[in-house]
Design a binder for this molecule. Structure first.
Ligand SMILES: NC(=O)C1=CN([C@@H]2O[C@H](COP(=O)(O)OP(=O)(O)OC[C@H]3O[C@@H](n4cnc5c(N)ncnc54)[C@H](OP(=O)(O)O)[C@@H]3O)[C@@H](O)[C@H]2O)C=CC1
Ligand SMILES: CC(C)=CCC[C@@H](C)[C@H]1CC=C2C3=C(CC[C@@]21C)[C@@]1(C)CC[C@H](O)C(C)(C)[C@@H]1CC3
Length: 432
């Protein structure tokens, strides 16, 4: 951007982002209630008013967050360099090719969390008077989901405020999209690129741990609840647990791959990502499991097999494409990618033009969306509510692909035009 150009606002600019900040928490509240009843009904919307329950939920949420921080700090880790940083400094508008170091132990944290959930806590058995391990009564989370969602939204607002204000202290590296000068817009986009306390990286931590694992825990809670209410766990619920469990596990197993995503390299850490990671993901990505607690679509084995097959297509595409880029960017001579063709850009980086990335420029998004669609399909076709994810995710991915296309056009100039000539399709080879 040159002096005199107006700021390239996204998300509807200051007004659009103000509306998002206000309405997204309300939308979460609506969705948690609609998914329980299985229909869209504004009239029955209830705002949690029990302050005592809300306070207990906030204490529980903070404990959960701190438990994940403890795991991140204490568990053995691999130290990995991120990509060369973009962004600008507060006091000098130059960007150096510095890289940050990340503590990679998310996969271990995942299994430790799972083990702790299974083992539970030690409680005194009332009749025998002995101390025994008792697993956590997760199903209770079903009844307080609305309070948890409100509590999380309050905490996210507080965290974003802290991140916004602290970005003015000292010589911080700012994310270009969050430096418009408009308070509301920058609060949403995030001013600082990689806010840290010592080696603790807020953005990388929040993107992968409390929210993603919180999603898994809410899913397990809803599964337990279904067993209590219906007396059995439905085939749809089992398949959904496997699909989404795999997605969460995959993200943590491939933790290093997150370092090359737009969120880490380009966007600041503000309300959009703090709320997105910590509130939006656990409370809206669990809508299908919440719906299934009281609704069993009783899909036939043929239908479930077809959904499973479609899910495999989605997963292979998503993992194949993301993995191929990750390996190639780390070591282009790796035997797994050495045969692939690429375009060498004037910037020095290489863009793959064959393999998964030769089929379509955002084939990884296509695979991800197909998976998301199968999560909705296991809920049958009686209600639109579980399909919220497929609709929202389609909008998010189209918008995200446009943002990334603009960013790459800026970064690569004529090389990007050449790349687009070589790989003309965006999502579906031969079609769009
Ligand atoms: N479940 C969810 O809610 C969400 C999931 N996702 C998923 O996250 C994953 C990562 O997404 P995201 O970070 O948006 O995008 P990408 O992983 O597609 O990363 C985009 C960047 O990759 C580089 N790149 C683009 N084309 C090529 C190429 N041909 N060869 C090599 N490098 C290339 C460019 O960066 P450069 O060249 O500068 O390195 C570009 O900016 C996706 O699978 C997406 O589906 C994303 C959002 C939400
Ligand atoms: C409505 C709103 C505030 C949206 C904000 C968007 C965020 C919810 C998403 C932006 C990018 C994300 C990614 C994942 C989760 C959703 C958010 C935070 C991700 C961690 C999911 C797991 C994947 O394997 C992933 C690691 C590739 C992915 C990265 C991007």
């Amino acid at each position: 951007m040159t002096k005199g150009d107006s700021f390239p606002y996204e998300f509807g600019g200051p007004i659009g982002t103000a509306l998002n900040i206000f309405f997204l928490p309300i939308l979460i509240l609506c969705l948690t209630q609609w998914s329980a009843v299985g229909s869209v009904d504004l009239a029955t919307l209830q705002i949690p008013t029990n302050v005592d329950t809300l306070a207990k939920c906030i204490v529980g949420l903070v404990t959960w967050f701190l438990f994940q921080v403890l795991l991140e700090r204490m568990l053995p880790c691999k130290l990995v360099q991120g990509t060369p940083l973009q962004g600008v400094f507060v006091w000098k508008s130059i960007s150096t090719k510095e890289c940050l170091e990340y503590r990679i132990n998310g996969h271990l944290a995942f299994w430790v969390t799972f083990l702790v959930l299974q083992t539970g806590w030690i409680v005194k058995h009332e009749e025998s008077g002995t101390w025994q391990f008792t697993s956590f009564p997760l199903s209770g989370l079903y009844d307080v989901t609305a309070e948890l969602a409100v509590g999380t939204s309050i905490l996210c607002f507080g965290l974003s405020l802290y991140l916004y204000l602290s970005s003015f202290i000292g010589n911080r590296r700012l994310a270009v999209p969050g430096t418009s000068g408009n308070v509301v817009y920058d609060f949403w986009m995030g001013r600082e690129l990689n806010p840290r306390i010592g080696s603790f990286d807020w953005k990388e931590f929040c993107e992968l741990r409390p929210g993603l694992m919180g999603w898994m825990i809410l899913n397990l809670a809803y599964c337990q609840k279904q067993k209590e209410v219906q007396g059995y766990v439905s085939m749809s619920m089992m398949l959904l647990q496997c699909f989404q469990g795999l997605y969460v596990w995959d993200a943590l197993y491939q933790e290093e791959a997150i370092l090359t995503t737009m969120d880490i390299t380009t966007d600041g850490f503000g309300y959009m990502l703090a709320f997105g990671d910590l509130a939006w993901v656990p409370f809206t990505y669990t809508l299908q499991a919440r719906y299934l607690v009281l609704h069993d679509p009783q899909l036939s084995v043929t239908a479930l097999t077809a959904i499973l097959a479609l899910h495999i297509v989605g997963y292979v595409t998503f993992r194949g494409a993301n993995g191929q880029k990750d390996i190639f960017r780390r070591n282009p001579e790796d035997p797994a990618v050495a045969h692939l063709t690429y375009l060498k850009t004037k910037r020095g980086t290489k863009l793959l033009t064959s393999g998964w990335w030769g089929m379509a420029r955002k084939i990884n998004y296509t695979g991800d969306w197909i998976m998301g669609l199968t999560w909705c399909m296991v809920c049958g076709f009686n209600s639109i509510v579980p399909y919220f994810y497929a609709i929202y995710f389609l909008i998010l991915l189209i918008h995200r692909s446009i943002r990334d296309d603009h960013a790459c056009q800026e970064k690569y100039g004529s090389d990007w035009d050449e790349y687009k000539r070589k790989v003309p399709y965006r999502f579906i080879p031969g079609l769009i």
